[in-house]
Design a binder for this molecule. Structure first.
Ligand code: ZN
Length: 163
């Protein structure tokens, strides 16, 4: 195992043992969403406060399950706090590309984004980059994705409320 993989493993373990932003927010005004990964038994609830400018002011999560699912949730909350919804959607999209999950129609564009991300070793993604090793364990990809998909649901909920 090389040094970078060691570092990534430490980041994942640290977020699992000392989860950031654990807790709840009162709903309303917060938006909430729940996610379940039945394959592994992972559960995540996310609470979001979005200000009128579309910035995530506060985010909390609760959950239980394997270390990858809980660590990914902790890393996710840290990564999206104080970001705009547009920036967050961009990060979710990059995360899915890193996890080899293809959703867009335009696969060429995804390949370009992936090449760019690999070229800079996912450095623009901060601690989220630590999760890239999960790709080598296909059964764990759903564990890593759970918090991000649950966040996406919460953002859709926020869109509906706004209209
Ligand atoms: Zn899991």
């Amino acid at each position: 195992m090389n040094e970078l993989e060691d570092l990534y493993r430490e980041i994942i373990l640290d977020h699992y043992r000392n989860p950031r932003n654990r807790g709840v927010l009162s709903v309303p005004p917060a938006i909430t969403s729940e996610g379940l990964n039945p394959l592994c038994g992972d559960e995540i609830s996310i609470y979001l406060d979005i200000d009128p400018n579309g910035i995530v002011q506060e985010i909390k999560f609760q959950g239980r399950g394997c270390s990858i699912s809980q660590s990914s949730a902790s890393i996710m909350t840290d990564s999206v706090k104080n970001k705009s919804i547009g920036e967050i959607l961009d990060l979710i999209s990059k995360f899915k590309i890193m996890m080899n999950v293809h959703e867009k129609q335009d696969e060429d564009e995804e390949i370009h984004v992936k090449e760019d991300l690999i070229a800079q070793n996912y450095s623009s993604m901060g601690e989220v980059a630590a999760l890239q090793g999960v790709v080598r364990f296909p059964v764990r990809i759903k564990c890593a994705l759970l918090a991000w998909n649950t966040l996406l649901e919460a953002l859709k909920e926020a869109e509906v409320k706004k209209d």
